[in-house]
Design a protein around this ligand. Structure first.
Ligand SMILES: Cc1cc2nc3c(=O)[nH]c(=O)nc-3n(C[C@H](O)[C@H](O)[C@H](O)COP(=O)(O)OP(=O)(O)OC[C@H]3O[C@@H](n4cnc5c(N)ncnc54)[C@H](O)[C@@H]3O)c2cc1C
Length: 552
């Protein structure tokens, strides 16, 4: 990507075919699709890219076994279609960025022969719907086999497990990689730019957006033939801006995840807890060296603070502990995050758990605004295809069909699971750093490592003993528009998820590189580090941790 200031020069006051509002999964997927079809496209994002729902997911590329269960139990054809389409998209998402998304095996604990039969039939159906996209066939594991796979599994009363496959991915980096691929195709994107108002022509159609540059405290305008609302949980506010009085369409639901040391489960496989006290499923998934546990599903309101509460940690720990031989305690938690699902309203669903995770593309005939509502990460590409088809129809121009199904994302070409070995030998870096860079950047990791030739100190780790190196910080600032410590640690590198305490240790190092690259004064740098550390301590306290005693 360009630097932020260069991108702004290409955007301010310019005319585009399509202006996309929102830089999460929906917006970045639409941007890539549109640009590849030949539409001159710009994307504006109010915060950092992927800073809202798109970095707060369970990180599964999945059809959703729970939705399949609902489809069968309620004979719901809508749910079935969503699962089928998501399973089709799962295959594409994994193929197009194999360094960021890969298969994962999940074990479902069963406590009677009838439960084993029930889940075996369900998972065979899941395999069958996957068709050619099946990752590997589901199967029954005896108690002994299950414990061999997952040594921390509590065997009291256990009759066996059913193992099945789904996909797992790095959501924030997938988003950034989509943007890099979009930029490579000639598109323009800029973060920290918020659409605050629209201008319309005499027929009432949107022709221009007023945009606030939140870094420089300035405003500018963007002209476009079509505006596409990809603001996820904020979609109703953009719809209202374009068409005052329009009926809201979304229901919001909060979900939290917490991370623990991965040895709590001692396995490469994930655990699916099929039924909580309130009828949910919970996943405990090994993810980038930690155990990711989630999620909850509670009605939320616009503006709610997205933090993990102590009661939510206790809820997740209580359910997981029923399946572990060594129960976890809240203070073993290393980090957590919360997000809000943008679900499309349904008259029939009493609570958010029952709402279908399908998407809708809405064309507001009065203003011309196209809104993409609902959906899930897994189906981002299919959502984009539907949305850009609608954009093209509304423009009355046929510039070309969708090309994203087999368009590999930046870093995928030439990558394989052993690619880290090339990095290790070519750059003489540690094995763990080579694996980490290969997983985060694919073959694009060479661009990060080439920075070391410019300044050998960039080979130093950000935090002693951890794989990420300082070159990633500089790469993130220069090439991925990172503007703050959190942009780097939460979304570019992921150390904030790996551990809040580690992120606090990393903050001054990241602050120093930001100051050098962006020309901050020493006082600005000091303030940025203090604000970040205070924010992390606030998150820890709300989650029930004492910052000084938190697990590293
Ligand atoms: C707890 C949880 C778990 C989930 N797990 C999974 C999972 O495992 N697998 C899966 O497939 N899906 C999952 N999902 C769903 C998936 O994460 C979402 O469907 C997806 O991330 C939504 O992306 P989005 O781009 O629509 O929204 P967002 O990521 O929220 O992006 C919208 C963006 O619009 C920006 N914006 C808002 N207003 C403006 C404005 N005025 N101007 C400019 N920009 C603006 C916001 O800053 C935001 O970044 C999960 C969701 C949650 C909450």
């Amino acid at each position: 990507m360009k630097s932020r200031s260069d991108a702004l020069k290409q955007i301010e006051g310019r005319q585009f075919d399509l202006c996309i509002i929102g830089g999460g999964a929906t917006g970045t997927g639409c941007a890539l699709d549109a640009q590849l079809r030949g539409l001159n496209t710009v994307l504006v994002e109010s915060g950092d890219f992927a800073s809202a729902t798109s970095s707060s997911s369970t990180k599964l590329v999945h059809g959703g076994v729970r939705y399949l269960q609902q489809a069968v139990a309620d004979l719901d054809a809508g749910q079935y279609r969503v699962v089928k389409r998501a399973l089709h998209e799962r295959k594409i998402a994994l193929q197009n960025a194999p360094f960021l998304a890969h298969p994962l095996e999940l074990l479902v604990p069963c406590y009677s022969q009838s439960e084993i039969l029930y889940f075996q039939i369900g998972m065979k159906l899941y395999d069958w719907i996957s068709g050619s996209g099946m990752l590997f066939p589901s199967r029954h594991l005896t108690v002994e086999e299950s414990v061999r796979r997952m040594p921390m599994l509590n065997t009291a009363g256990l009759a066996g497990t059913v193992a099945y496959a789904d996909g797992q991915f790095d959501d924030a980096r997938y988003d950034i990689t989509l943007l890099e691929t979009f930029s490579e195709a000639g598109g323009q994107a800029v973060n920290y730019t918020r659409v605050t108002a629209f201008k319309k022509d005499s027929a009432g159609r949107l022709v221009e957006a007023q945009v606030e540059d939140r870094q420089n405290q300035t405003t500018f305008s963007i002209k476009a033939k079509v505006f596409l609302n990809a603001t996820g949980p904020f979609s109703d506010s953009i719809r209202e801006m374009a068409h005052p009085g329009i009926e809201p369409r979304l229901r919001l639901s909060k979900g939290v995840h917490v991370l623990f040391p991965v040895d709590a489960i001692g396995s490469h496989d994930a655990l699916l807890i099929p039924k909580t006290d309130d009828g949910r499923v919970i996943f405990a998934i090994p993810w980038l060296g930690r155990l990711l546990v989630g999620t909850t599903d509670d009605e939320a309101q616009q503006g709610d603070e997205m933090v993990v509460l102590k009661s939510e940690v206790e809820y997740l720990v209580k359910h997981l502990n029923r399946y572990l031989i060594h129960p976890l305690s809240v203070d073993q938690m290393v980090s957590g995050f919360a997000g809000v699902r943008p679900l499309v309203r349904s008259k029939d669903a009493l609570n958010t758990k029952k709402l279908i995770r399908d998407h809708e593309v809405e064309l507001d005939e009065a203003s011309g605004l196209v809104s993409v509502l609902g959906g899930k990460w897994t189906t981002y590409r299919a959502m984009a295809e539907d949305a850009i088809d609608t954009v093209q129809r509304s423009m009355n121009t046929l510039v070309g069909g969708c090309r994203t199904a087999d368009h590999q994302l930046k870093g995928a070409a030439g990558w394989n699971a052993d690619y880290w070995e090339t990095l290790e030998s070519r750059y003489r870096i540690s094995r763990n750093t080579a694996k980490h860079l290969s997983q985060k950047f694919g073959t694009n990791a060479v661009k990060v490592l080439d920075l070391i030739a410019e300044d050998p100190r960039l080979e130093n780790p950000i935090v002693e003993g951890q794989p990420p190196i300082q070159a990633e910080i500089v790469y993130g600032i220069r090439n991925e528009m990172a503007m703050s410590i959190e942009d780097i640690l939460a979304r570019r590198i992921g150390l904030q998820l790996y551990g809040w305490s580690i992120a606090v240790t990393a903050a001054p190092v990241v602050g120093a590189h930001l100051a050098r690259e962006l020309g901050w004064s020493p006082a600005q740098k000091q303030r940025a580090v203090e604000e970040y550390v205070n924010k992390i301590h606030h998150l820890m306290e709300i989650a029930g941790l004492v910052p000084e005693h938190a697990a590293a």
